[in-house]
Design a protein around this ligand. Structure first.
Ligand SMILES: Nc1nc2c(c(=O)[nH]1)N[C@H]1C(S)=C(S)[C@@H](COP(=O)(O)OP(=O)(O)OC[C@H]3O[C@@H](n4cnc5c(=O)[nH]c(N)nc54)[C@H](O)[C@@H]3O)O[C@H]1N2
Ligand SMILES: Nc1nc2c(c(=O)[nH]1)N[C@H]1C(S)=C(S)[C@@H](COP(=O)(O)OP(=O)(O)OC[C@H]3O[C@@H](n4cnc5c(=O)[nH]c(N)nc54)[C@H](O)[C@@H]3O)O[C@H]1N2
Ligand code: SF4
Ligand SMILES: [Mo]
Length: 670
């Protein structure tokens, strides 16, 4: 007999969809969208739908494994826990707890899955990762400008006259935002896309502006310069609610529109037209994450914020510099669960520099790495060094569902449960503000166990069992406690499957910013407190012909490694029906210069690494641009991150994954 139940997508994604799952004989046989979900409305993407294949995959890890003489051998949980706990205890005693590195990312946004932090804090504190490969520069930028990173509620974009989609690959990465764009278009709202790639969102737009990668801050500066020349800025807002605009005016005096046009590779007329559009309020700007993955990424987002602010598009319906929505996550009581006060010592490595720091740090040396919800060997930049570093550490423990490139480097691989195999709930601080509930529908396969069970068992052996002695219901209730006063309890969530969190829907409409001055800060006090100058700059990426002409002479093309259509990062490649392979997408000018045709084989390389793949020509991509989707496994031709740089971004908290020059040449087919 078939039954239909509601659940939720666990993947790290903008959309945080509600699922409707069909079950038969205790097994999930189909995943669809929940038609009753207020935002995701029954529509889900292939990554969500194909989770069923991941759950049932033949290569799913079913037993704890230990590497002995280079071979993985099945061991019991008992042995795995006893050995890992003994090592953790010894390391703490001999070297101190910070000789353990917790390497993690956010592959699963469940509440219980992320209790790993509690474990490491209760253990005494370890070496942690700071910053974010994903959105770090942009978040920090908005903290400097507004004091927070907040977005307008979905649906507010219908109040806009113009919608600027600035570097967000909506149709691929943010499905329900794309659906809204389709509707907005029908309503006659003017849509613009600014991106080096002519993607399906660009196709839908009324206007596509093709830009040189990494030059968006300059473009924003140019638009702002024109806005001022034409007297179109919102002086009332600037005078009453901002500080530091004089610094911006001075800075804009130091550059000409011609120079901006030359570097951003955008005609001056387009820049002038954009100034007119920004003055024709309300304009909503939807900022993607791609363009802050450059050395100048923080400054880029800050310049876009500055344009949105000076044109009077902050705090009004249909406006906003929409990047992230951190208020969503603040509704909960996360702090009580993480037990930060138990962390006696800690050390921090920037996430992009984890490998280099493993290799260089001596005080104490890293003796053990525990990886949760991440696949650093594939996803972290300069992956050759990641592989070297992880290979050198005495003990690497990876908790995952599959034998990833990172798991292959491990000494212990522990098999974990998946969505549907444990109860949890999910939210994302990226787009909408609804929480989704996912009940436990079945047992994990083989001996796979939820991450939380693994921490609980290790805690028992390390003397802090009491910190993990709670039921699933208790954990979830604890997390939701601050919302109970509004009737938003676990029971309510279990019954209703989703609920709306109390958030501000048009941020900053009260014009009270969370910066030190209480105003919008064109020149940031927070940055100054952190020892940086805090003024906007006309900064460029690290790898360009302007900043490194010698490097650019050898490696003339900009390599983007954007998110794949059918995989969430590295998570789906191994279940593709056909063997995945590297596709090298190139702009037409590159194809012409190198005599490359669709389907031919080519090599892309720089001083950090090389990959080979099959050429696909993108006639409308910005000249000089190459893209290879990220996430591909070593056995399928990856990691693309063997080419990317681990340099941190300007404000220190972001990656520079797309700030990467390469060369290309044809190779003979094998
Ligand atoms: N299908 C799919 N969807 C996903 C994910 C996935 O792996 N697969 N991952 C999820 C996660 S974790 C994230 S962080 C989000 C990311 O969502 P997005 O921000 O939409 O995705 P990105 O792939 O990072 O790149 C976004 C866009 O930035 C453009 N871009 C790159 N450099 C520049 C530049 O210098 N200027 C401008 N203007 N544009 C530039 C790229 O061409 C691309 O169109 O997606 C989420 N959704
Ligand atoms: N070149 C390049 N590199 C990039 C990016 C890019 O655009 N270009 N994007 C960056 C971005 S935005 C992000 S967010 C990161 C993502 O980086 P990661 O989060 O490291 O990427 P995923 O491929 O999602 O890998 C997560 C791993 O967690 C496992 N996993 C899934 N669910 C669970 C669970 O419940 N428990 C445990 N223990 N493990 C689980 C999966 O099987 C998978 O192996 O990649 C970054 N790297
Ligand atoms: S991956 Fe994103 S768009 Fe796809 S089903 Fe999950 S939450 Fe929805
Ligand atoms: Mo991300």
């Amino acid at each position: 007999m078939q039954t239909v139940v509601k659940s939720a997508c666990p993947l790290n994604c903008w959309d945080n969809c509600g699922f409707q799952v069909t079950m038969e004989n205790g097994k999930v046989i189909q995943i669809d969208g929940d038609p009753d979900h207020p935002i995701t409305k029954g529509k889900i993407c292939g990554r969500g739908r194909s989770l069923i294949k991941r759950i049932e995959a033949e290569d799913r890890l079913l037993h704890p494994l230990k590497k002995i003489n280079g071979e993985f051998i099945q061991i019991s949980w008992q042995q795995a826990f006893d050995e890992i706990a003994a090592k953790l205890a010894d390391i703490k005693e001999i070297y101190g707890s910070t000789a353990v590195l917790h390497s993690h990312d956010y592959a699963n946004s469940g509440i219980l899955t992320n209790l790993d932090q509690r474990f490491f804090n209760a253990y005494g504190g370890v070496t942690e990762l700071v910053g974010s490969l994903c959105w770090g520069s942009g978040i920090e930028a908005q903290m400097w400008d507004f004091g927070d990173a907040l977005s307008h509620a979905p649906g507010d974009l219908f109040n806009s006259r113009h919608i600027v989609v600035w570097g967000r690959n909506a149709s691929r990465t943010n499905l329900h935002f794309y659906q809204s764009l389709l509707e907005a278009k029908k309503k006659g709202i003017h849509i613009l896309v600014i991106d080096p790639m002519f993607n399906p969102t660009a196709k839908l737009a009324d206007e596509y502006i093709s830009i040189k990668p990494g030059m968006d801050g300059l473009l924003a500066a140019g638009i702002l310069k024109e806005l001022l020349r034409l007297g179109l800025e919102d002086r009332t807002f600037i005078d009453q609610f901002t500080v530091g605009f004089g610094d911006v005016e001075d800075l804009l005096e130091t550059i000409t529109l011609e120079e901006i046009s030359e570097k951003a590779e955008i005609p001056i007329e387009t820049i002038t037209r954009l100034a007119g559009i920004y003055a024709d309020r309300p304009v909503s700007t939807y900022i993607g994450l791609g363009m802050q993955r450059y050395r100048n990424g923080g400054n880029t987002i800050r310049f876009i914020d500055a344009l949105v602010a000076a044109s009077g598009n902050i705090g009004i319906p249909g406006g906003g510099a929409n990047y992230a929505n951190l208020q969503v996550g603040r509704s909960f009581q996360a702090g009580r669960l993480t037990l930060n006060e138990r962390r006696k010592e800690y050390r921090q490595f920037p996430i992009m520099k984890q490998a280099e720091r493993i290799l260089s740090e001596r005080n104490p040396e890293i003796k053990m790495v525990i990886v949760t919800c991440g696949n650093p060997a594939t996803q972290v930049p300069d992956s050759t060094i990641v592989e070297e570093a992880f290979s050198k550490v005495d003990t690497v423990v990876v908790i995952d569902q599959f034998m990833t490139d990172t798991a292959l480097l491990a000494d212990y691989v522990l098999p974990t449960a998946s969505v549907f195999e444990e109860e949890d709930f999910y939210y994302a601080s990226m787009f909408h503000h609804y929480v989704n509930y996912a009940p436990k529908l079945m047992e994990p396969p083989g001996e796979a166990k939820p991450d939380l069970w693994i921490w609980t068992e290790l805690a028992k052996r390390l003397g802090f069992a009491a910190d993990f002695d709670y039921t699933t219901e208790q954990w979830l209730q604890m997390f939701l406690e601050p919302l109970n006063k509004d009737g938003l309890t676990l029971e309510f969530l279990q019954d209703n499957h989703t609920f709306e969190l109390p958030v501000v829907k048009v941020p900053w409409s009260d014009r009270r910013f969370k910066t030190p001055s209480g105003k919008y800060e064109f020149s940031s006090n927070l940055a100054r407190q952190k020892g940086m100058e805090g003024k906007l700059l006309l900064s460029l990426p690290a790898e360009t012909k302007w900043t490194q002409p010698d490097l650019a002479a050898k490696f003339p093309y900009s390599l983007l490694t954007i998110h794949p259509l059918r995989s969430n990062h590295s998570q789906h490649y191994h279940i593709f029906p056909k063997e995945p392979h590297v596709v090298i997408e190139i702009a037409a000018d590159i194809a012409n210069r190198h005599g490359l045709l669709d389907g031919e084989r080519a090599k892309v390389w720089n001083e950090r690494g090389e990959v080979t793949g099959t050429v696909s020509i993108l006639p409308k991509a910005h000249p000089g641009t190459i893209n290879i989707d990220e996430g591909i496994w070593k056995k399928f031709g990856g990691s693309i991150n063997s080419l990317t740089s681990s340099l941190p971004s300007d404000n220190g908290l972001g990656s520079t994954l797309y700030d990467c020059l390469v060369a290309i040449k044809k190779i003979e087919a094998i």
